[in-house]
Design a protein around this ligand. Structure first.
Ligand code: PLP
Length: 376
């Protein structure tokens, strides 16, 4: 948690639970990415946290944006982004939404299938398109699976088709999976992209851009390599596969820009045991799976949780949310420990919670309000 958030929380009576985001950290993270990967154009993945203060700060820094829906595009425009700085990166879009984006001036679109390409040709004629290829997500703690992307030979055929339909074949994209902690995971996908580039060159199409996607991790309970290590591995791989003829580079970071900028204030509702002499206690917080911590699904993202008793003796705990849903358990298998002194009413802090929390929060499940959010 940053000193600014700490000071704010100590001086302000915030109702719990509440996410507090230090927007200066957004700027610092953006600057780090820009410094470490100066050749890349940064498209902030809006879905990580679409709050206006974040988008506005990023517009001021010259960021571009990866939007997945028309409302996200409108959020970017409202924050001051130019339509030319927005990529409509969802490969699954309704025809009407493509038309709406086109009317708003968006000229860059993702696709991974023939059906989508035909929709684009009809509703956003002449636009720049990039094709997403399938790639391994191993090493990612929040994999994006086989839902997106197509095989390489199909990508080649689809790009030829794009040209024949009057579109501008722009580039190739992939996503190595979110919270990807292995810097070497980009290499295979970059190599595969280079193969598509040369296959298309043989067919008279010169692609301009490689989109390396997102996936760069944030620091949760466990430490991760610095972003400089990811940048070094990626740029080495780019040179290995493309030589001196580097294409334009896009990156779409979400988590690595927003997560560490925020902390959630939460209150302990209950500490209990299932048996009088049970070793493990159950800690129930006033936020859970449905209150914004959806990424604890399958115990994937492991948040660091600070308590007022840190430093004292600890014991094993299971951690759960406040609703009456049996699925509302954050950690049961993961070996979490919390202080033995922890009591109902204690305030705890869930760290690195600035990404993928507010928008995942249910509107009124079990009568609980959506996650409050403050930007300072
Ligand atoms: C979600 C998403 C991102 C952001 O991923 P992070 O792991 O948060 O960096 C980038 N690009 C696309 C296409 C996405 O769907």
């Amino acid at each position: 948690m940053t000193p600014k958030i700490q000071k704010f929380l100590s001086e302000t009576a915030c109702a719990s639970p509440c996410l507090v985001v230090d927007v200066d950290v957004i700027e610092r993270n953006y600057d780090t990415l820009k410094t470490e990967m100066p050749l890349a154009e940064i498209f902030y993945a809006v879905k990580a946290n679409p709050a206006a203060p974040i988008l506005e700060r990023l517009v001021g820094l010259g960021s571009s944006f990866d939007a997945a829906s028309v409302p996200e595009i409108l959020d970017c425009l409202k924050a001051g982004a130019m339509p030319s700085a927005i990529s409509y990166g969802n490969t699954v879009k309704k025809a009407g939404d493509i038309k709406a984006a086109h009317n708003l001036g968006v000229t860059l679109y993702a696709f991974d299938s023939e059906g989508e390409l035909e929709k684009l040709a009809e509703n956003a004629p002449g636009s720049r398109v990039y094709c997403r290829i399938l790639t391994e997500n191993s090493g990612a703690e929040w994999p994006l699976s086989r839902k997106f992307g197509c095989e390489l030979d199909m990508a080649v055929d689809l790009m030829v088709r794009a040209r024949d339909l009057g579109m501008e074949p722009h580039g190739i994209s992939f996503h190595v999976g979110s919270q990807q902690v292995n810097p070497d995971q980009w290499d295979i996908a970059i190599g595969r992209t280079a193969m598509v580039f040369s296959a298309l060159r043989e067919r008279g199409i010169e692609l301009k851009t490689i989109n390396l996607g997102g996936g760069y991790p944030a620091r949760y309970r466990e430490d991760i390599p610095e972003f400089s290590e990811f940048a070094r591995a990626i740029m080495a791989s780019m040179t290995k596969h493309f030589g001196n003829d580097l294409p334009n580079i896009m990156i779409e970071p979400g988590r690595s820009i927003a997560a560490e900028a925020g902390a959630i204030l939460s209150e302990v509702v209950l500490v209990s045991r299932k048996r009088k002499d049970a070793d493990r206690r159950w800690v129930y917080l006033d936020i859970g799976m449905f209150g914004g911590l959806a990424e604890t699904m399958g115990e994937s993202i492991k948040y660091a949780i600070k308590t007022p008793h840190d430093g004292g003796p600890t014991g094993r705990v299971a951690i759960a949310g406040p609703t009456c849903d049996g699925a509302d358990i954050l950690y049961e298998e993961t070996p979490y420990e919390m202080p033995l002194a922890l009591r109902s009413g204690d305030r705890v802090f869930i760290e690195s919670a600035g990404a993928y929390t507010t928008t995942y929060s249910a509107v009124n499940f079990n009568g609980f309000e959506p996650l409050r959010e403050l930007y300072i």
